[in-house]
Ligand binder design. Structure first.
Ligand SMILES: Cc1ncc(CO)c(N)n1
Length: 226
């Protein structure tokens, strides 16, 4: 299966994310509050685009079953993940709406979002875009699984519910995405390498996204206010 190869390729990145400052800071519970705020500001906008990309995939597909799946996913990212975001907002003690007021596409988030859009615009087959999207649920599912396996979160741990959310709610999304990618790839030859590269690049974008929050990455904005 192609997705078996993809997930094997991504293993080193999974561990780099897991051992990185952002996730370890959440696990210890002592992460810099401004990093969590930065993450939420970027992620709220990222998920809005993720939902819109599902909408664009709906327009590309003929199967009613596929449309139903994509609509469900759209709703999940548009609303459903607010549970995970609320956990983070509560931990930093600020209303979610207030936190996300001043977000923007910080450089690493910007690059990731545009990687997904490129595939929607440049490619007819939805498997190209889905292979760029699949690391989103897949990486979070793996990271949350590792965190839950390797740590005993106290009942009142501020980030426990964030890990529980991604440990429990992502399997269906990942499974369907992987099935579509595997099925479509069987009808491809040299383009299989593009699917594989799309997945790897997005896994790396996930790493960059967490590092972006850990370092509170911003545009330089040289001359913007001149
Ligand atoms: C950047 C990013 N990747 C994955 C997820 C999980 O859906 C998320 N919320 N944000």
């Amino acid at each position: 299966m192609l997705t078996d190869k993809m997930t094997t390729d991504a293993e080193p990145i999974i561990y780099e994310i897991y051992n990185g400052d952002f996730i370890q800071g959440l696990i210890r519970g002592d992460i810099d509050r401004d990093s969590v705020i930065h993450y939420l500001q970027a992620d709220a906008l990222y998920l809005d685009e993720f939902a819109k990309i599902y909408a664009m995939l709906i327009a590309k597909t003929g199967s009613r079953e596929m449309i139903k799946y994509l609509l469900g996913q759209m709703e999940f990212v548009f609303d459903g993940e607010s549970g995970a975001h609320d956990t983070l907002a509560q931990a930093v003690g600020m209303p979610y709406e207030e936190i996300i007021e001043s977000g923007e596409w910080f450089p690493s988030a910007d690059h990731y979002i545009k990687h997904m859009y490129y595939n929607v615009y440049a490619r007819g087959n939805i498997a190209f875009t889905l292979s760029a999207m699949a690391p989103c649920p897949y990486v979070y599912r793996r990271i949350a699984g590792l965190a839950m396996e390797n740590n005993d979160f106290e009942e009142d741990h501020p980030y426990r519910e964030w890990f529980e959310f991604y440990n429990n709610d992502m399997d269906a999304t990942v499974g369907v995405m992987f099935d579509i990618i595997d099925n479509e790839s069987q009808m491809m030859t040299e383009e299989v390498a593009v699917l594989r590269k799309n997945f790897m690049e997005s896994a790396e974008h996930e790493l960059r996204f967490f590092n972006m929050a850990a370092t509170k990455e911003r545009w330089m904005e040289v001359g913007v206010n001149a």
